[in-house]
Design a protein around this ligand. Structure first.
Ligand code: KG4
Ligand code: ZN
Length: 343
């Protein structure tokens, strides 16, 4: 075991409580407690999320250590998500990490949640190596809160080349799903319904934005108006056209995402292309990236499904690289809600 580094990762930025153990870049365990409490409200209720994290965090960490077959004495550093996210949720993970750090005399490493999503592409499994992009690569990071194109120069050096100026891609899925009366989170439901529909049945607005940025609020408005006008004529319109609406909406979101990504790849010459974040689970996006990649000579990297939504494995991975660079955090560290406060 000499020379190996063992990291305990902790993630609590939104509605999943997760802990993971990583030995170098090999994942030994990754435990996720998802919070069902939000489903009946059609979105995450921050106060309820914090309380659920408080209940889950100790059993989740305990299980992660047990599943990894290690004790806390073997942990070299505790990596935790500092932000961005819901502050009340982050506070639970940050405070827990500090307590454990003091009790066991283990160093702390803070992690930017979004860098975690990207670095999930460096993880290997005990029985299987996974494909890893070569640096520099581009990552399309698509989650419920963020939509970015990031140039990744090394595990600790990244630059955001484009970002959304309003809604995130996941938000576009979730908000349009809500309008159709679909349950939260809407992304996976739309993904499933879209398989049965015609992606060309409806046309929705495409944005015009500067640089490599994104915008999804125009699409959302055009989707809403289409439904509003149609329902006036036919109250059963949504029910009758659900699959076509989902397929067309998903098709438009993917077109918007790919258009800018293709531009950035052309203009930077970078052709190792990864996707990450909750929306990277979308089957249409996964197919679309691979199709585009074949056409353009890209090497494309799709995350395993378990690494698409929030998980502590990716936090441990990011923490491992910060640990190696000696980037430790002190005990007065506090969580931050917004990405800008981390940069
Ligand atoms: O990364 P994530 O778990 O949490 C954030 O950090 O935001 O992403 C959650 C988002 C939600 O908007 C959810 O609807 C979306 O990911 N999502 C999907 C799919 N699975 C999750 N969107 C489209 N298709 C999917 N299959
Ligand atoms: Zn996330």
């Amino acid at each position: 075991m000499n020379g190996e580094i063992t990291i305990l990762g902790i993630e609590s930025s939104c509605d999943d409580t997760s802990a993971a153990v990583l030995r170098d870049n090999v994942l030994l365990s990754n435990v996720i407690a998802s919070q069902a409490v939000h489903i009946k409200y059609g979105g995450v209720i921050p106060e309820l999320a914090s309380r659920a994290h408080q209940q889950n965090i100790i059993p989740v960490v305990d299980t992660a250590l047990k599943e990894a077959g290690i004790t806390i004495d073997e942990v070299d550093a505790i990596a935790f998500t500092r932000g961005p996210g819901l502050v009340g949720s982050l506070l639970v993970g940050v405070s827990f990490a500090k307590g454990l750090s003091i009790a066991q005399n283990i160093p702390l490493v803070e992690v930017n949640h979004l860098q975690g999503h990207i670095l999930s592409h460096l993880i290997d499994l005990p029985d299987r190596e996974l494909p890893h992009p070569r640096f520099p690569f581009l990552c399309l990071l698509v989650s419920g809160g963020h939509t970015q194109i990031v140039r990744v120069d090394s595990p600790t050096e990244m630059e955001i080349l484009g970002t959304t100026i309003d809604d995130a891609a996941g938000e576009a899925f979730d908000k349009c799903a809500k309008v159709m009366g679909l349950p939260y989170p809407g992304g996976p439901v739309i993904d499933r319904l879209a398989q049965e529909g015609d992606p060309k049945a409806f046309h929705f607005a495409h944005p015009h934005v500067e640089g490599y940025n994104y915008s999804f609020s125009g699409l959302k408005t055009s989707f809403l108006y289409t439904l509003r006008d149609a329902v006036k004529e036919n109250p059963d319109f949504i029910e009758q056209h659900k699959a076509d609406l989902c397929a067309s909406l998903q098709h438009t979101i993917i077109e918007i995402l790919l258009k800018q990504l293709v531009r950035v790849s052309k203009e930077t010459g970078i052709r190792d292309i990864a996707i990450a974040g909750g929306v990277s689970a979308n089957s249409g996006l996964r197919n679309g990236i691979q199709r585009e990649g074949k056409k353009r000579g890209w090497r494309t990297f799709l995350p395993e499904f378990k690494f698409t939504t929030d998980n502590a494995a990716m936090i441990a991975m990011a923490g491992y690289h910060r640990y190696q660079k000696g980037q430790f955090s002190s005990l007065d560290i506090a969580p931050v809600a917004r990405l800008e406060e981390l940069l």
